[in-house]
Design a protein around this ligand. Sequence first.
Ligand SMILES: Cc1cc2nc3c(=O)[nH]c(=O)nc-3n(C[C@H](O)[C@H](O)[C@H](O)COP(=O)(O)OP(=O)(O)OC[C@H]3O[C@@H](n4cnc5c(N)ncnc54)[C@H](O)[C@@H]3O)c2cc1C
Length: 222
Amino acid sequence: MSAFIAKILETQFINHHVKRFAVEKPPGYTFIPGQATEIAINLPEWKDQFRPFTFTGLNRWDYLEFLIKIYPERKGVTAMLGKLQAGAELILNNPFGAIEYKGPGVFIAGGSGITPFVAIFRDLFQKGDIKNCRLIYSTRTADEIILHDELKKMLNNDYFNLITREQVIGFLSKRIDRNYLIEHVVDFSQHFYVCGPENFVKQISTLLLDLGANANSLVAEW
Ligand SMILES: Cc1cc2nc3c(=O)[nH]c(=O)nc-3n(C[C@H](O)[C@H](O)[C@H](O)COP(=O)(O)OP(=O)(O)OC[C@H]3O[C@@H](n4cnc5c(N)ncnc54)[C@H](O)[C@@H]3O)c2cc1C
């Protein structure tokens, strides 16, 4: 596996927990929307600690973008990433497959599990191919929703939010359950893409298969 050293070009918090990184793109570095790479921080005490993160930008951009949920309390790599600014260096490995787009269908994301879908939707949108894709996006709070306006712009009426830990006007406050899926999916013979915390992915995948989704048409990760 090759490793590339790349400078952070820009950072900003896009909500309380999620930090956006624009990162130098190593020459010739390409990825498929939905793919991730292992990243370490190029500092003596951190350079052996690699963690996986998903590309959220497009190949044709001249920089890489990552949207990273920072866990300050874990004192791990993301806590350190939370402190880094432009000019600091990261070590990137080669891209590896995580979620791969196989055709239009229903995308179901929990929390920061939205990141591979961001790359896929941006790619489809700029090609004019996003129709017949539907997103069901669940977060604990409204504040945790990543790129709400951009997702709404790309998906229009095929974008559905649920929040599970608070009541906010304009948002449905509930968990994704069997009835919700029956109502919002209707056709279980299409492709499904599920990404989020492990329990979320297990529960949603089980519900989908139980409702008639085909195991070969289900892409589930994380
Ligand atoms: C393919 C893939 C793609 C991913 N893409 C993204 C992405 O685009 N954006 C993103 O934000 N995340 C993404 N993730 C998740 C991301 O990799 C993790 O959030 C990250 O590895 C956490 O690293 P860390 O060093 O901060 O914490 P960890 O290594 O998870 O934890 C450090 C220490 O904290 C403690 N700890 C661990 N879990 C908990 C817990 N739940 N509660 C309390 N203490 C705990 C343990 O002692 C652990 O050793 C992706 C994961 C995968 C598998």
